[in-house]
Design a protein around this ligand. Structure first.
Ligand SMILES: Nc1ncnc2c1ncn2[C@@H]1O[C@H](COP(=O)(O)OP(=O)(O)OP(=O)(O)O)[C@@H](O)[C@H]1O
Ligand SMILES: [Mg+2]
Length: 254
């Protein structure tokens, strides 16, 4: 049965999509049948991997019973073994659904995930910023949530809020979700504030990972491929970035 992970902090722009997409690529490149579910009405993960493609169905159709889940799953052309359950950023139905119907159906994402747990080895959810019904339903569906944050003081505040909200979700919905890993994203060892935030984060009971600032992520997103496969003038991801991704990959799916 597949393990399901979500990347989440309610704060925007901390790297949820970049890291969930990159981890999904790594898992697929390592030979695991992997699916990335785009649970963000912005549809960023979908536009990254399905550029210029318009699938017939999206994730919102699945959870509203408008199509079978397998009819909405699309293979990612640039990465073998990687599949995506997309969300349409423009004219998509996820935002409206989460604002209207989702309140009565907190387990609807869990039900959808359960349907494909036998088909895939690894399931990764890319969440939207915020901590509303949609993010809650996605967290209920996950076995583990990993928190990405940028090395700034507001992210530490955000982490505290997230820990508090997650404990309520666990209690109210009898969720066993694991939360033991934090990723400090866009980390630059040369910046003192980054080192201070790292030290501060290390004081808690979390495993801390650091992903460096790496322009290759943005480029890979622009060219609709895996950061690990992207090369420009012979250069790809920095060795330190690859090291961090591999370290994460090796501990997440154990
Ligand atoms: N380690 C990194 N190095 C350089 N650029 C990065 C890194 N991580 C993310 N980015 C860039 O930062 C921007 C924001 O990242 P991303 O979209 O992944 O954040 P997010 O948390 O998913 O945002 P949202 O809350 O809107 O969903 C993107 O343009 C992405 O390419
Ligand atoms: Mg995102």
């Amino acid at each position: 049965m597949a393990k399901t992970i979500a990347l989440h902090l309610q704060k925007g722009g901390v790297g949820k999509t970049t890291i969930s997409g990159t981890l999904a690529c790594q898992s697929a490149l390592d030979g695991y049948s992997t699916i990335l579910i785009d649970v963000d009405p912005q549809g960023n993960a979908s536009s990254w991997f399905l550029k210029n493609k318009t699938p017939k169905f999206e994730f919102a159709d699945v959870i509203q019973g408008k199509c079978y889940i397998n009819d909405a799953i699309v293979p990612v052309a640039s990465v073998d073994n990687l599949f995506i359950l997309p969300t349409f950023g423009i004219d998509g139905g996820l935002k409206n659904y989460s604002e209207t119907k989702l309140a009565e159906e907190p387990f609807v994402i869990q039900d959808a995930v359960n349907e494909i747990k036998k088909e895939f080895q690894h399931i990764i959810l890319d969440l939207s910023p915020g901590l509303g019904r949609l993010e809650r339903a996605a967290l209920i569906a996950s076995d583990e949530v990993i928190t990405p944050m940028t090395p700034e003081i507001f992210s530490l505040d955000g982490l505290e809020i997230f820990i508090d909200e997650l404990s309520k979700i666990k209690k109210n919905f009898r969720s066993n979700i694991e939360h033991s890993k934090i990723i400090i994203n866009s980390y630059d060892e040369r910046i003192r504030q980054h080192r201070d935030i790292y030290k501060e984060a290390c004081k808690g009971n979390f495993q801390i990972y650091r992903i460096p600032v790496d322009p290759c992520f943005r480029k890979a997103q622009e060219f609709s491929t895996a950061p690990q496969l992207f090369k420009q003038r012979g250069r790809g991801l920095k060795p330190k970035t690859l090291e961090a991704i591999n370290e994460l990959e090796n501990t997440i799916w154990r």
